[in-house]
Design a binder for this molecule. Sequence first.
Ligand code: ADP
Ligand code: MG
Length: 375
Amino acid sequence: MRDADFFRRWMAAAAASVEREADRLTELDSPIGDADHGSNLLRGFVAVRAALSAEAAESPGAVLQLAGRTLISTVGGASGPLYGTLLRRTGKELGEAAQVSDEALREALHTGVGAVARLGGAAPGDKTMLDALVPGVAALSTSYRAGAEAAEQGARATVPLLARKGRASYLGERSIGHQDPGATSSALLLAALAETAEAPQSPAPVSPASPSKHPEDADNAENAEDAENAEDAGNTQHPEDTGQGLVGIVLVSHSAPVAEAVAALARGLAAGGPMAAVAAAGGTAEGGLGTSAERILAAAREVDRGAGVALLADLGSSVLTVKTLLAEGELPPGSRLLDAPFLEGAVAAVVTASAGATLPMVESSANEAYSYRKT
Ligand code: ADP
Ligand code: MG
């Protein structure tokens, strides 16, 4: 049976491995991506390590859910919501049991991998992380080492494949001949699991803090609560009182300037009369290109006037992060991702929402932007 400490050791081993291999992962992401996979995962797993030492997660399921949540909010690339979904879904399957069997873990991982496939719409052979995860998790029925080896083989077997999902798919034939970075990091994750299972039991490298024992920590917890309350109050006041009773719009782009400029264009074209609240959620928290779950959540809370929130996203991680937040129920009730072209859909959504349309009406007018041909 495996307890929470085993899962903490697994996450610590994964973090150490990502640290060692970050440069290689980023190099693999150069010819067929945007050269950030290593730095994305490094940021994510450093945050996972910090979260696991700061927060008490006392069951295997809780450890994986905390790790997954942390990856979703810190990674910034497509791999964030994908790995975040893998760990959260696996953690949810494990439930609250204090100890889980190897078989239960295998089954939970199988379900977690299924959730990744659904979220990203990919299947084995598409040159993604699934090419390592699917054979890797299947081979866990033999042993943890067999799982790690099958994942490694799966990663190497992505070299001759043509990418059909993710950023690499934009390259078409030119994606052939390169190993997929996400499949490579998935092999590292399963290698870290094998290493943890094979290691002689030793004290967990990452142990939970026990907040109640330290008066300063208790203070911090209180402050955090205060901050949360303050935020809630701020959300309901809406000092400028715009968009009262109207559907709110959130624009999620990889780029902060793009999100803001599209918001400005949509507001400009809808000008005159009442205006729906529009918020831009672009780029990462560090100001780079990518997606920030925190920015999306803050923007959705900012524009929520109780009539629903329509989200438009540009590409890859923007779409995957919004879908993940919706699946986790973290966005305000009545939030919806619109299937629409980003700029034209944003204009249609802001114009109709400002005219007092309901969320389904805003959605269908943004959808229709796809049928507007330009030649
Ligand atoms: P980004 O592509 O946003 O820069 P990363 O570089 O961190 O994100 O991650 C890229 C990896 O994510 C790819 O190598 C691939 O394995 C995986 N990936 C991307 N899109 C998908 C998808 N739709 N389904 C499964 N895996 C995907
Ligand atoms: Mg990348």
